[in-house]
Design a binder for this molecule. Structure first.
Ligand code: IVH
Length: 713
């Protein structure tokens, strides 16, 4: 072979390996090569194509990053029109029965036409096929039922197995050329797997997954908070996907994570000319899968209306948990011969129907904008809505996140808004209908004083959130502080839940944390819905919680930026509470992982006389812990080391091993990375062990761990 042929073969090999890897990763969700290897191959191909432009082909994965900016989208005439389907708006199971009956009735009417005199203009010469005959004799109609994906319909044209054109549906006759943009969709093969017909058009839906949509909006919110004037949040996955596909700058499309499901065919080389010969829609779905397209795993074959009804109910039950939006299901007659006999009315096939679900977006009005206060004093504007049934629940509240977001969406009291609830995502106001605004409706502004306690509200430099400065003086913050204090990783007071805390704070029974320990049986039993037994249980739990550890106590105080792990570090480093109370910022900075922001927060907290008072009173009512010797981390044997535990150790429980390591100054992490110092593996160690071996992290057993701890055991 000459040099050119060698290079061409190398490029073809790289393309094939990359395309295969992309299919494994994006469509089958089963990656076969590490990301780094993919990147390496990709760069090799990019370099090769840059040096030898004649080697670049339309199916090269290097084309997925987006090409030149377009002036406009060019029209594309569809060889086979892209039809729409009739929608059954009856969202009850009856929708399926109506469709099944219509199919049967039509076949019967066609059958009657064969029985007319040939002179009758309605006469049909061709007899119906055996499937239609069986149905007329009472057999159930065989269907395929699929989800109705909520995105944008696309026609993908492959010639000799290579993607040559992608077009939107448009009016069904003429769409728009969006080839460059569609190439950026990783789930769409640039070259078909296996034997491909000379011409193949695959149709399906481009959509955006819910998690991709949420992550995209989160990125946008961060950009907005950072002052990016061009940034905005998106309304819903469907509009975002549709907008991305019709972008003029393919590089922008490449930044929008799009996905694809195939559900049908357009023009295909006929069997007589070497094209595939399909008998059923189900076969078409299987073939599309084998060519490399994502086909929904939810698609089912169904017999008769009863199966369709069951499918409709089954998917309705799964709808909230699906990773993407659907607005209904689609039923299709499975046999392609029957589909031909059924034909079309106007532009809709008689053999398919969309059966809808209740909408996930609805219009409603904003009755008020309340401001809620969280544990750390964060103020959150919440739109109070006229109750509306959306996404399967009645929604009356929707968070507006913060002032910036509320202003960006410009939500005002009295506005008509679009509310969306899809999946487990919390309901959101996605947009305002400006035409319906009442004249003079004022813009939303954050209050200058806390709506709960009246303290000043501040917004710190560079932060999007407003905060109440009231601290524990603020009832809203007090409630959250009590719940945090009682939580499992803090003082672990069983039975002190939200409802009870509301009663205790609203009834002024508990004003500060130590008040918890001053409650008597009588005052407790007098509370609403509090049985004598529960009152006694709570008192017992409170008594039990008094014996704790310094780390838990520090965590329980709810100091900003002091989580469980920092509290442990503080307890270990200082050993005694008084040393923490009096530590300067510099001394606090000596603690591992404590940076300036955290040190400042701890220092300020303990400088506040009322916080010190709370600490003293808690000690006075009997909260106690074993005070230890200060153990500055730097002096501990395992300081600075990170361990990961996996599998079952012979004599130690996971918690005990963790406690021993932490007492020696080590950190115990949940997953293995290059920074892990040791993996301690026991019986039935799983993927963490594999990962350690892959990264070359030392693996030890319990004995090895004890040896590191100083030879005990
Ligand atoms: S089949 C002739 N199957 O719904 C049948 N369509 O009007 C052509 N859609 O424009 C469509 N999921 O964008 C089919 N599983 C599915 C679908 C589906 C979503 C969309 C498609 C079409 C519209 C129906």
């Amino acid at each position: 072979m000459n040099k050119e042929a060698n290079l061409a073969a190398l490029a073809a090999d790289l393309r094939a390996r990359l395309n295969r890897a992309a299919h494994q990763y994006y469509t089958l969700d089963a990656p076969e090569i590490p990301d780094a290897e993919y990147d390496r191959l990709f760069q090799e191909l990019q370099a090769l194509e840059a040096a030898h432009p004649e080697l670049a082909t339309p199916d090269s994965p290097t084309r997925r990053v987006g090409g030149a900016i377009l002036d406009g989208l060019q029209p594309v005439r569809h060889v086979v029109p892209m039809l729409s389907i009739r929608t059954e708006t009856d969202t009850t199971p009856k929708g399926a029965e109506v469709f099944d009956q219509r199919v049967r009735d039509y076949l019967a009417s066609e059958q009657r036409r064969t029985q007319l005199k040939p002179t009758d203009e309605r006469y049909r010469a061709e007899p119906l096929g055996p499937e239609a005959q069986a149905i007329l004799a009472g057999a159930p109609v065989a269907y395929v039922a699929e989800p109705k994906f909520d995105g944008l319909a696309i026609n993908l044209r492959y010639e000799d197995g290579v993607l040559v054109q992608a077009a939107t549906r448009g009016d069904g006759e003429t769409g728009e050329d969006v080839t460059q943009n569609i190439r950026t969709v990783r789930q769409i093969p640039l070259r078909l797997n296996g034997k491909a017909p000379p011409v193949l058009e695959v149709r399906g839906e481009v959509y955006m997954r819910r998690d991709d949509f949420e992550a995209l909006n989160e990125r946008m919110r961060q950009k907005m908070a950072a002052g990016d004037k061009a940034a905005r949040t998106f309304v819903n996955p469907r509009n975002t996907a549709a907008g991305a596909v019709r972008q003029l700058d393919p590089a922008l499309t490449a930044e929008r994570p799009l996905s694809f499901f195939a559900y049908g065919l357009g023009e295909v080389t006929p069997p007589a000319q070497g094209g595939p010969d399909f008998a059923s829609h189900w076969q078409v779905l299987q073939a599309m899968k084998s060519w490399g397209f994502p086909v929904s795993a939810l698609a089912r074959r169904a017999q008769g209306a009863s199966d369709l009804i069951a499918f409709h109910a089954d998917i309705a039950g799964q709808r909230d948990g699906l990773p993407f939006d659907i607005d209904g299901v689609v039923y299709k007659v499975d046999s392609l011969a029957l589909q031909r006999e059924l034909g079309f009315v106007t532009r809709e096939p008689r053999w398919a129907v969309a059966h809808k679900y209740p909408a996930q977006e609805q219009l409603t009005t904003v009755q008020a904008i309340d401001v809620q206060v969280g544990r750390t004093g964060k103020l959150t504007p919440v739109a109070k809505l006229a109750p509306v049934f959306v996404g399967g629940v009645t929604v009356t509240n929707a968070t507006l996140h913060n002032e910036l977001e509320a202003r960006r969406k410009d939500v005002r009291v009295g506005d008509t808004v679009i509310v969306r609830r899809a999946g487990d995502v919390i309901p959101e106001v996605v947009a305002v209908l400006p035409d319906k605004r009442q004249a003079g409706a004022p813009e939303f502004t954050m209050p200058a004083h806390c709506p709960v306690c009246g303290s000043d509200v501040v917004r710190e430099e560079g932060e999007a959130d407003h905060r109440c400065t009231g601290g524990l003086f603020c009832a809203a913050q007090r409630k959250q502080a009590l719940l945090h204090f009682a939580s499992r990783k803090a003082l672990d007071i069983e039975g002190l839940g939200e409802k009870l805390v509301d009663q205790l704070v609203d009834g002024n029974v508990v004003k500060t944390l130590p008040d918890l320990y001053r409650m008597g049986f009588v005052s407790l039993a007098a509370l609403d819905r509090m049985a004598e037994k529960s009152a006694q249980n709570l008192l017992d739990a409170l008594e039990k919680s008094k014996q704790t550890t310094l780390a838990r106590f520090l965590y329980a105080l709810g100091i900003r930026h002091v989580g469980e792990s920092t509290a442990k570090d503080l307890a270990r480093h200082f050993g005694q509470l008084d040393a923490v109370l009096d530590a300067s910022t510099d001394q606090l900075l000596q603690v591992p992982d404590v940076g300036p922001v955290v040190a400042e927060s701890i220092h300020t907290f303990f400088q506040q006389p009322h916080n010190r008072e709370v600490v003293e009173q808690l000690r006075a009512v009997g909260v106690h812990w074993p005070e230890g010797e200060p153990a500055p981390a730097a002096l501990l044997v395992l300081a600075g080391k990170t361990f990961v535990l996996t599998g079952t150790l012979p004599t130690l429980s996971r918690d005990d091993a963790k406690a021993m390591l932490e007492a020696a100054g080590a950190k115990v992490a949940g997953s293995v990375s290059k920074k892990t110092s040791y993996v301690v593996a026991g019986e039935e160690a799983g993927s963490k062990l594999d990962k350690a071996r892959e990264l070359g992290v030392p693996v030890i057993d319990e004995g090895g761990m004890r040896a590191l701890l100083g030879g005990e055991g």
